[in-house]
Design a protein around this ligand. Structure first.
Ligand code: CP
Ligand code: NVA
Length: 303
């Protein structure tokens, strides 16, 4: 069987995305009833982190254990990665021990090199250019909260349009056929080629209010992503006026939900009252990481 990577959303077909969603919903319901699974018995996942994590680490480790398998976490700082071992060698060696690897790294070129040198499936656990496993959970949350197909929905992104999260939303809009309005200051917009590839589904705007007006889903992310810490003062200045607060959220559709991948900075990119709003789906979204990733692991490991 040829190994299958999941580096971007497009690495699964639309029918596979639908099947993954259905399986994730089933996992969620069964977990509520206390059901147990053993579909990945004897399988091992390595989780390799070159950036910090709470949700991604815990949700992948728990997913593997709850499916009867194992997970091993390797953090760059306490491994040879931080001492400069080439990524090619890390990929070759790690993939000789395990059945799949989740990899969180910086540049997408590094992710591609790692995947090329791994002989087992590689899952992108966040890179500078994408966060596809987060989008699996986000899209699941939209479908379970709002019902109906994703196509035809209007999603508003407010804030850093150049971030990994925004770029994965751009990819999702093109794949699933919903309208994405990105409100971002100049210099922080999604790459033009990625907007173009989304086939007219993505509208880049300057006004948060215009983006949010009547939207079904409103979402944002931190203004300074991991690896950009030196830019944080400049970013704080550039994003003034782009906070997702209660007044802005009230411009969305009356049934609109709010998403944030977390971790969040309350009072910076999003206000505390919006995180804790009755129509916030943020903590469901975080829980759904595990259900969606169980379905992804089965897809890649069992076919
Ligand atoms: N949303 C997300 O990926 O969170 P962590 O950085 O905690 O893994
Ligand atoms: N854009 C953020 C997402 C964290 C889950 C980052 O890359 O730091």
């Amino acid at each position: 069987m040829k190994k299958r990577d999941f580096l971007y959303l497009k690495d699964l077909s639309l029918p596979e995305h639908d099947a993954l969603y259905a399986r994730a919903v089933q996992f969620k319901a069964e977990r509520r009833q206390g059901a147990t699974h053993a579909t990945l018995r004897g399988k091992t996942l390595a989780c390799v982190f070159e950036k910090s994590s709470t949700r991604t680490r815990l949700s992948f480790e728990a997913a593997m254990v709850q499916l009867g398998g194992h997970a091993i976490t390797l953090n760059a700082g306490d491994s040879q990665i931080a001492r400069g071992e080439p990524v090619e060698d890390t990929a070759r060696v790690t993939s000789s021990y395990v059945d799949a690897i989740m990899y969180r790294t910086f540049g997408d070129d590094r992710l591609a090199t790692f995947a090329r040198h791994s002989r087992v499936p590689v899952i992108n656990g966040l890179s500078d250019g994408a966060h596809p496993v987060q989008l699996l959970a986000d899209l699941m949350t939209v479908r379970e909260r709002l019902g109906g197909p994703l196509s035809g929905r209007v999603v508003a992104w407010v804030g850093d349009g150049s971030s990994n999260m925004a770029r994965s939303w751009v990819e999702a809009a093109g794949l699933f056929g919903f309208e994405l309005r990105v409100a971002a200051p100049e210099g922080y917009r999604p790459p033009a080629d990625e907007v173009k590839a989304a086939g007219g589904r993505v509208h880049v705007l300057s006004s948060p209010k215009e983006a949010v007006s009547g939207a079904d889903v409103v979402t944002t992310d931190v203004w300074t992503s991991m690896g950009q810490e030196k830019e944080s003062a400049a970013r704080l200045k550039a994003f003034q006026g782009f906070c997702l607060d209660g007044a802005l959220f009230s411009a969305a559709a009356p049934s609109a939900i709010v998403l944030h991948c977390l971790p969040a900075h309350r009072g910076e990119e999003i206000s505390a009252d919006v995180i804790d709003h009755p129509r916030s789906a943020i903590f469901d979204e975080a829980e759904n990481r595990m259900h969606a990733q169980k379905a992804l692991l089965e897809t890649l490991l069992l076919g």
